[in-house]
Design a protein around this ligand. Structure first.
Ligand code: OAD
Length: 245
């Protein structure tokens, strides 16, 4: 049974702005690996080899085949109760946005609206040199741009900067929201990891949903230490009772 008694419902109303900030943990119950859990990607692979420009230049085939496998896994996976519950929350709170570090596309497939994909999207390809969007032919792992550059996944790699307008939009939402959920992220990667701190500093109610503690946990108004697919539906029930017309 989830304890929601510490959420100050009196500070919220159906016009409240809510941010759902998510990381790999929200897709764990869809069967997709996280990065920093004991069975996560970075426990098995060197992130600099698979997620950096230098790694790509060193061994394109290795990088492209790893992303092709992740794309396949993401397409085979279904959104879970956590993704789906966000769609229901967004009907109750029309001024709510999803800010995600995930590249798997599951938020959109669950029907979530107003999604900011800070780290890009696995299912898009762009040119390594001129960054132009490229179409990957069906079944192919690679494509060459008209400028001669190689196609690469349109995701943010280590050492690369986030899209500045997307980041400033995300910061703006975080500073102006009434309620900020930090869901399934270890909160160790910046600048995305800055967002819960911005929300906290601006006076939002910040609720963390993660079975494990994170560096941000001491600052959260409440940390719910259970899987997102369990916590979010239980929270939704409480919110629905409090706010449905
Ligand atoms: P991490 O792998 O660092 O963290 C995942 C978090 O999800 C952990 O804190 C887990 O405890 C938690 N978790 C696991 N199962 C969960 C569940 N069922 N419900 C809720 N939480 C659960 O993933 P991120 O924080 O997303 O960047 O990592 C941030 C970035 O680092 C990623 O976007 C990726 C990675 O390197 C790039 O590739 C640019």
């Amino acid at each position: 049974m989830i304890q929601v008694s510490r959420i100050p419902f009196e500070r919220l109303n159906p016009d409240s702005q809510i941010v759902f900030f998510t990381g790999a943990g929200i897709s764990a119950e869809s069967g997709l690996a996280t990065f920093r859990d004991p069975d996560g990607h970075w426990a098995k692979h060197d992130p600099m080899q698979l997620a950096s420009r230098a790694g790509f230049q060193q061994d394109q085939e290795l990088v492209l085949s790893w992303y092709a496998q992740r794309r396949k896994n993401a397409l085979r996976a279904d959104p879970n109760d956590a993704h789906r519950t966000i769609t229901r929350f967004q009907k109750l709170f029309p001024h709510s946005v999803v800010i995600t570090q995930n590249v798997d596309g599951l938020h959109a497939r669950a029907g979530n609206q107003r999604i900011l994909e800070l780290h890009g999207n696995l299912h898009r390809t762009k040119c390594f040199l001129c960054h132009r969007p490229l179409a990957l032919p069906d079944g192919a792992q690679s494509v060459i741009c008209s400028c001669g550059g190689a196609g690469r996944p349109d995701v943010v790699w280590f050492g690369e900067t986030l899209d500045p307008s997307l980041l400033s939009e995300a910061m703006e939402y975080s500073r102006n929201c009434d309620l900020f959920f930090s869901i399934g992220t270890s909160n160790q990667i910046f600048p995305a990891g800055e967002l819960p701190y911005l929300a906290r500093k601006a006076g939002a109610i910040v609720i963390e949903i993660n079975p494990q503690a994170t560096p941000f946990s001491p600052l959260a108004d409440q940390s719910l230490r259970e899987p997102a697919g369990v916590v979010l539906p239980a929270l939704y029930k409480e919110f629905h009772e409090a706010f449905a017309a």
